[in-house]
Design a protein around this ligand. Structure first.
Ligand code: ZN
Length: 360
């Protein structure tokens, strides 16, 4: 049995659903899922039932995380097309600003050009403007980032062709980074015929040929983030199933399988899940953190037994490698052999880095 020690992952794209939809997930179950997946810090999105678009909601959500989080965290602010003043007030405390240029779960979509220009001009940073965008909207955001010199992060790149546009913009001097999800790398549209709503998310899964192109162009990708977006089985089996799948507990064993298959190096895996997330969001690495993984034999990911409240995974049956044995965070063993060993509130807000972290 071989053991691997990693610095831990930072998942920069999760939806832990609290406040507002704790029947799907809450901060305790979601951060427990993070630790079980080897994730020591998460950045939580602002599309809660009542979107996080002002000082009051941001402060209230921050207090919930302060009391409940088991792993470290940062919180996004959202833009609803009107809340420019609060963004300027709270911007510095947020991990970043999330803009929804196209529709998904929640109600934060903004496409009005004047409002978008205003926010790209005004956002104070230091976190980037992170966008949810379909392929047609990515050039709009790239043009705005270029015009206003803003740092832009393209969340869950929808299609491998978009990576070409992003790389071209980067070569032309635009401050742009991007992320791809594990479901776009390890599942294809074929999964939708097998799993139905359980394989539906936004942006949707792509064809096997396009999945292969994602892998070919992975050098242009900065970050792999789960877009952990749990919904209950009942919701997924309803007449109008909401988009989104859980992923916090399955990213690492899927990536280690890819390392085993020679599709990825271990160094690159660490860059995509730890070093680059720190760089993109200007974060300081959590102190004294490590994740011990037992490699042993390949296995198929289980259908259940997860910490996430939704209790299912679109990756059930997929080949995986490695099981998280132990997680250390700030000097304490926070997770070992399937059990969380710290009390809610042990997690801390991720702090800004004071110096620049070099890219890899
Ligand atoms: Zn998302």
């Amino acid at each position: 049995m071989t053991q691997l020690v990693l610095p831990g992952m930072l998942d920069v794209h999760v939806h832990l659903r609290e406040p507002g939809a704790a029947h799907k997930e809450d901060i305790i179950s979601g951060t427990a899922a993070a630790l079980a997946g080897g994730v020591i810090g998460v950045l939580d999105m602002p599309n809660n039932a009542a979107p996080i678009v002002d000082q009051e909601r941001f402060a209230a959500k921050r207090e919930l995380f302060r009391r409940k989080a088991l792993c470290d965290y940062g919180l996004f602010l959202g833009f609803d097309g009107h809340n420019l003043a609060p963004l300027l007030e709270v911007g510095g405390q947020a991990a970043g600003l999330k803009l929804y240029l196209d529709e998904t779960f929640g109600d934060l979509t903004t496409r009005e050009p004047a409002a978008l220009a205003q926010v790209f001009e005004a956002w104070p940073g230091p976190g980037p403007i992170a966008i949810h965008a379909e392929s047609r909207s990515i050039p709009i955001a790239l043009a705005l980032a270029r015009r206003y010199g803003q740092a832009l992060h393209v969340c869950h790149v929808p299609h491998p062709a978009d990576l070409l546009r992003i790389e071209e913009a980067r070569q032309a001097g635009v401050r742009v980074t991007c992320e791809v999800t594990p479901h776009h790398l390890f599942l294809s549209a074929e999964a939708v015929s097998r799993l139905g709503a359980y394989a539906q998310m936004k942006p949707p899964l792509v064809s096997p040929a396009e999945v292969a192109l994602f892998w070919q162009r992975l050098d242009w990708v900065d970050v792999i983030a789960s877009d952990h977006a749990p919904h209950t089985r009942e919701e997924k089996e309803s007449a109008a199933p909401p988009p989104g799948v859980p992923g916090l507990e399955t990213t690492l064993p899927l990536l280690l399988r890819a390392v085993d298959e020679g599709r990825l190096t271990l160094e690159r895996t660490i860059a995509l899940t730890y070093t680059n997330p720190l760089r993109v969001y200007h974060l300081r690495p959590p102190e004294d953190a490590a994740v011990e993984v037992e490699l042993a034999e390949r296995y198929r990911l289980p259908a259940g037994g997860y910490f996430t409240r939704c209790g299912w995974s679109p990756f059930a049956g997929e080949w995986a490698l490695g099981r998280v044995e132990r997680v250390r965070l700030r000097g304490r063993v926070v997770y070992a052999q399937g059990r969380v060993l710290v009390e809610p509130g042990y997690g801390q807000e991720l702090q800004r880095a004071t110096c620049h972290i070099s890219s890899s």
